[in-house]
Design a protein around this ligand. Structure first.
Ligand code: ADP
Ligand code: MG
Length: 906
């Protein structure tokens, strides 16, 4: 069939209407209501046919045939969700009555960031990024206290009403903020649209849809106006962010409004997110530490999945937020610790709290639904029940002295308890015990809520009762058996009489249908009552719907209160979850401080300890010892050890207890990790280029207060390239940045650095070798490993002896030929040292240029080139008495040739 371009000339009627509506929207797909169905036509029908396995039929219009697919009205949501989750923007056109029939109009464009029908507990952020693309914003409208950061960002979760703005100084910092919130949809501002690096990263690294929103929405004046309208002038002027962040916020608001999500009312508060108060965790680090997703992309086995024991989805969301946004404020962390400590030791009270929290629903989401007008009576019951959880939780806290004395008391006192109680009471007296899920057919309210409604209900009930008792009355009055009274769509109300008794019905019975074993009758009186009950049902449905809308609006007007209560419950839930995990796994409260110390006694990896008999290990870093070179054979546990340290620091900075016997942790401002190309190459994730750009990012952004974890850096290239890069990076981190660093390497050569760089120390993961078997002890000890294990392991694995021997020769040769310099100290005159790979020793600065030895001797041949040395060795080994003269001549000629080659080489 020939494809029709969407134009109004070809198609008229319903298809024509569809195509013209489609032309006016920039959505990818249009779902148009046609009576009881939402229909898709043309390309859209084929698309949903492919994506959603919907059956595609065809529809004729003007002699043309168009593909068509449809879903029943009430079933749209799951399809909508599925399409949006696949990244499509879906327009929904509803049908409405007009005087001359009906018309249709796009009422919503559903996009990943404006999808309200989420079932996932995760936050669902819509983000906007306003960049500078090298230019400036013009700066004319600079506001009081405004900054002039290069990037402004805004994040909104339409499902909960959360709204944040943030700033970043450069593109990488902007990406780090984006990664923190993991948005599902990103709106780049006009300048950001030209930034390939930003766009590409968003496309590749995040599962986010990029949407182009009209540029005017990002215009500073217009955006600022929108933000003030929404959040109030005062609030906005007090926000410590600049014009770009406000522009991003304005664009998000306008986008939410334009897509018709109808939740602006639930966005009651704007908050500034300060990167400064948060530990920098770049995207790579979040992935390497497997915080919320493993390297294989799974949820199981992540740090989050391990520590999550929350009862509610709001609590789960909050805990995840904490984990991805660790804090730097000692005060904040100590308050969380206090609560966790109190909860960890109060097991019974904690169980009680968890039971109570188990009854809670997602208040922030419910508030959003109420604002959008999609909350039904059951949702309002959920609101009521959740509001009742707050006093229960707060009673338990008050009744447990340890908890009462902790910051938990304040957390539950923060929401407006009086207002919460009032709303709860209103809902308690309003909504029926078991309301239906439809809101248009009555039965939603209790008696006593509204006089007019009560009157209607009385009359309705009276007729209903009359109908209910009709069968009995007829039996008695007319001596009939087998009589029932019922209703259905076609026959309305009827009296059904069994065949055997059907002949004996009174004269005023009017037969309407004969069935196999019975007959159906009606009477004038029954018809009268039927008309009455239908009228009453309709009136009741209408009145209840009207009352319900009013009540729902009241609930929507309390969005802020609901968010407060929701937040308080979520906080208690998240803290209780941390306490539960700490208590069950013997975690301890780390001592937090401002200094350089990082001392972990008998630490464990929080995730690995769940599934393995874990061997605990210590770590000690301080002002004098800030850089650990971690060596040890493959598979000995280097990576695990380093990740364990990073995870413990991270946990400490969310206020959690940590897996250790004791820990003292100097707060860090950032955690940076780089995992060597091989580990990642195996997963098809990395190239040497990626490895180096990540290293570069660390060297640019880490500070003295950061924790840096380098795992086999330099592995993605040739050995000497690799060693050299690792070596130089170590010097730079040690001398220039002075970050706390753990560096695992299989380059045994790097262990020599400890002798020259004052704050570098060696540790190794011990392995025991007995009778040719290597046992991994998993114990970290001071000092370097005694040798390079590669060849040894090859030997153990049964690689043929000639190959092993030859490998040893080659290694020795390589070592003879190479030496590496170390530059020590931060002074203006760096100490020059040479690491001599042939002797495994450092030589002092005097010999650094490889010149002759001070005593002029050459006994170990260290200063000779390898060829000369080889000749000398060979010469020494010749037994003149045993060698035939002809061979001697040949060998001397060979030596001469070797020496000549050598000299022409220079
Ligand atoms: P490396 O980085 O040295 O090659 P890994 O850290 O990848 O080694 O660890 C190798 C294996 O040893 C992993 O399966 C890990 O679970 C296990 N392992 C590491 N450290 C420990 C420990 N302290 N206790 C128990 N098992 C450990
Ligand atoms: Mg490793």
């Amino acid at each position: 069939m020939e494809r029709q371009s969407p134009g109004m000339t070809e198609a008229t009627g319903i298809v024509g209407e569809f195509l013209s509506l489609k032309e006016d929207t920039d959505a990818d797909v249009l779902a148009m209501q046609c009576g009881d169905f939402y229909e898709f036509f043309g390309d859209d029908a084929e698309l949903v046919g492919d994506e959603l396995d919907l059956k595609v039929t065809s529809k004729s219009s003007q002699g043309q045939s168009y593909p068509m697919a449809g879903v029943p009205l009430d079933d749209l949501t799951p399809y909508l969700k599925a399409l949006v989750e696949r990244g499509y923007r879906v327009a929904v056109a509803d049908q409405y009555e007009t005087e001359s029939g009906h018309a249709r109009e796009v009422v919503r464009v559903v996009t990943p960031g404006t999808l309200l029908e989420t079932t996932d507990a995760d936050a669902q952020y819509l983000a906007a990024v306003v960049g500078d693309a090298g230019g400036s914003s013009g700066g004319s409208g600079a506001r009081g206290g405004a900054t002039d950061a290069a990037y402004g960002l805004a994040f909104a979760d339409v499902t909960t009403g959360r709204f944040l703005v943030a700033e970043a100084d450069d593109v990488d910092a902007a990406l780090t903020e984006l990664y923190r919130f993991d948005p599902v949809e990103v709106l780049p501002g006009p300048e950001a649209r030209t930034e390939d690096h930003l766009l590409e990263t968003v496309r590749d690294r995040f599962d986010a849809t990029l949407s182009l929103h009209e540029t005017e929405a990002f215009a500073p004046k217009r955006a600022a106006h929108a933000v003030r309208e929404q959040f109030g002038t005062e609030t906005v002027d007090r926000l410590p962010v600049g014009e770009r962040a406000i522009a991003a916020a304005g664009a998000v608001l306008s986008y939410v409004e334009e897509t018709g999500a109808g939740v602006l009312a639930s966005m009651t508060r704007i908050q500034a997110h300060h990167g400064d108060d948060h530990v920098t965790l770049d995207a790579t680090t979040q992935r390497n530490l497997e915080l919320t997703e493993t390297m294989q992309g799974e949820r199981e086995g992540t740090l989050f999945a391990t520590i999550d024991h929350t009862e509610t989805s709001a609590g789960r969301r909050l805990l995840k937020e904490w984990l991805c946004r660790p804090r730097r404020s000692l005060e904040t962390l100590e308050r969380r610790q206090e609560s966790v400590a109190a909860l960890a030791s109060a097991a019974l009270a904690r169980d009680e709290l968890c039971d109570a929290l188990g009854e809670a629903y997602d208040l922030a989401r419910l508030a959003s639904k109420a604002s959008h007008g999609s909350a039904d009576a059951r949702d309002l019951i959920a609101v009521r029940e959740t509001l009742a959880v707050l006093p229960a939780v707060s009673e338990t806290i008050a009744a447990t002295p340890d908890l009462a004395d902790s910051p938990l008391s304040e957390i539950v006192e923060r929401p407006d308890r009086g207002a919460a109680r009032e709303l709860r009471e209103t809902l308690e007296t309003a909504i029926a015990a078991e309301p239906p899920s439809t809101v248009t057919q009555g039965e939603l309210f209790q008696r006593g809520y509204d006089d007019e409604l009560d009157d209607l209900i009385d009359r309705h009930e009276a007729v209903r009762e009359w109908l209910d008792s009709l069968a009995d009355r007829e039996k008695r009055q007319h001596g009939l058996s087998h009589v029932t009274v019922d209703r259905n769509r076609t026959d309305g109300y009827y009296i059904q009489v069994g065949k055997s008794a059907a002949d004996g019905v009174p004269d005023h019975y009017e037969e309407i249908k004969t069935l196999k074993n019975s007959k159906r009758f009606t009477t004038d009186e029954l018809e009268e009552k039927e008309r009455e009950i239908l009228r009453l049902e309709e009136q009741r449905g209408d009145l209840e719907y009207e009352l319900f809308e009013g009540l729902r609006e009241d609930v929507a007007a309390s969005a802020e209160l609901l968010q407060d209560v929701g937040r308080a419950l979520a906080t208690v839930d998240a803290l209780a979850s941390l306490a539960t995990h700490a208590a069950a796994n013997r975690w301890v409260k780390p001592e937090l401080g401002r200094g350089d110390r990082l001392e972990i006694d008998q630490g464990r990896h929080p995730v690995v300890e769940q599934t393995t008999e874990f061997v605990p290990n210590d770590v000690r870093l301080d002002e004098e010892r800030s850089f650990l070179v971690v060596t040890g054979p493959n598979m000995s546990g280097k990576s695990t050890y380093m990740r364990q340290v990073a995870c413990i620091v991270l946990l400490a900075q969310i206020g959690s207890f940590v897996p250790a016997r004791e820990a003292e942790i100097g707060l860090v401002d950032g955690i940076f990790t780089r995992v060597g190309a091989l580990d990642e190459l195996a997963q098809g994730r990395s190239t040497f280029m990626v490895e180096m750009s990540e290293l570069s990012n660390i060297l640019h952004t880490a500070t003295e207060e950061s924790l840096v974890i380098l795992d086999e850096v330099g592995r993605g290239t040739a050995t000497y390239d690799g060693i050299s890069i690792a070596w130089a990076a170590t010097e730079y981190l040690h001398n220039e940045i002075a970050a706390k660093t753990l560096f695992a390497t299989h380059y045994h050569e790097l262990t020599g650095l400890a002798e020259k760089l004052p704050r570098v120390a060696n540790v190794h993961v011990a392995a025991d070798e007995r009778d040719g078997d290597v046992t991994f002890l998993r114990t970290v000890r001071e000092g370097p490993t005694d040798r390079s294990y590669g060849i040894h392991v090859a030997d153990l694995a049964g690689v043929p002896d000639p190959v092993v021997d030859r490998a040893q020769d080659v290694l020795d040769r390589l070592r003879e030929e190479n030496a590496i310099e170390a530059k020590g100290g931060t002074s203006s005159e760096p100490v020059q040292t040479v690491f001599d790979l042939s002797s495994g020793q450092f030589r002092g600065p005097a010999n650094a240029d490889g010149g002759e030895r001070a005593d002029g001797s050459a006994e170990d041949g260290a200063s000779l080139d390898p060829e000369t040395k080889a000749v000398l060795e060979d010469l020494e080994s010749v037994d003149v008495n045993q060698t035939p003269p002809v061979e001697l001549i040949a060998r001397v000629q060979e030596w001469q040739r070797q020496l000549e080659d050598d000299s022409t080489d220079r």
